[in-house]
Design a binder for this molecule. Sequence first.
Ligand code: BJ8
Length: 423
Amino acid sequence: MSKDYTGMWEGLGLNLENHSGLLSVLSDAYKGIYLSQKKRPKAMEYFDFVISEVHGLRIEEILDAKAKGRKVVGTFCVFVPEEIVLAAGGVYIGLCAGAEVGSDEAEKFIPRNTCALIKAFMGFKLSGLCPYVESADLIVGETTCDGKKKAYEIFNEITKKVYVMEVPHMKNEEDKKLWLSEVKRFKEKMEDLSGKKITVDALKEAGGIVNAKRKALKRLSSLRSADPAPVSGLDALLVNQISFYDDPLRFTEMTNRLCDELEERVKQGAGVAQKGAPRVLISGSPMAIPNWKLHTIVEGSGAVVVGEESCIGERNHRELLDEGFLTVDEALQKIASRYLSIDCACFTPNNERMDNINSLVKDLKAGGVIHYSLQFCTPYMMEAYKAEKAVGNVPFLRIETDYSMEDMGQLKTRVEAFLEMMG
Ligand code: BJ8
């Protein structure tokens, strides 16, 4: 940390001793994993800085925004329309849930056999470690998987800040109507919270900001199709993770700067791995910050991760918002339709996801797919069967794991055998 933030953390009511401990564990893990990589693009320095200031400068910026009357909205899912939060003058933050923190505390409220992501968001809060949860005015949940849906009830008892959007589990005409009404209800909620009427101009501006961010992430994604890959999967994953909490305008500019550098690398045939190194697509449950476990294993075994078919990845930026709207109503319809195109495994059927996995394999020239499910994440664990069938002859490995480091050795052995099989 470049500055002493103790006063700020105290003001947020964080558990200072545990909080400082968490930051040093995070920073050690980060340095061990990231800074030991070779041939990192120079433009990654910005993202290194952001992660080093994850509980410092960014929180300070958010508290400044709050002091100016802006409302802070935290989410755990890509279904929550960022455009509506921004159009109401709010700050949109994807809350951290990617580390094994406070599990014992969390297990006093939720079953042991709950996915690591849910346990983490409960654990972070219960251990008084997350400044984002503390600074949020509203936490928006959703009825995606059963675990989250029920956990939000408990989370609301603890935080008194949770608002839930109903996400249907099918995509027929009635479901589309239900989702549109949920998007409208959320717009009203944001108007109440901010005391501001959401106008079509505000939605246009917000739509432009979020689309520009998605375009920058798409640009990064398509550059990873080059062989040799110009950037490691670890670095690309970090950029995607940071997209959820950084200032969107600055993030877009810095991601485009990174892409400019990567474009040069591609022109020169330079990359982070040898040309012809095994190329892996990772598909499945989201990898919330600071979950770098599987990428570390895969890239530590000589392969390169060329894409994430995940909410911290393609699922978050694949579809742009159609900005051709003239009224608030039209804007809300386009927002509803853009978000309902997300191919989360909580939908049935979810055939778009199978098509999307196949397109990514082709576009990114992946030689194999590792299907990653968090343990107890039933939607993705179940969908692995269909994903494996969908990719046909492409080598496919199913992995189920959590955030602990105990199975690192065993996973490494399995990944190495898989890479050998990929040839
Ligand atoms: S749109 S993937 S971010 S719900 S890992 S809590 S699914 S048991 S996070 Fe997700 Fe939205 Fe879907 Fe994406 Fe449940 Fe699975 Fe846990 Fe999960």
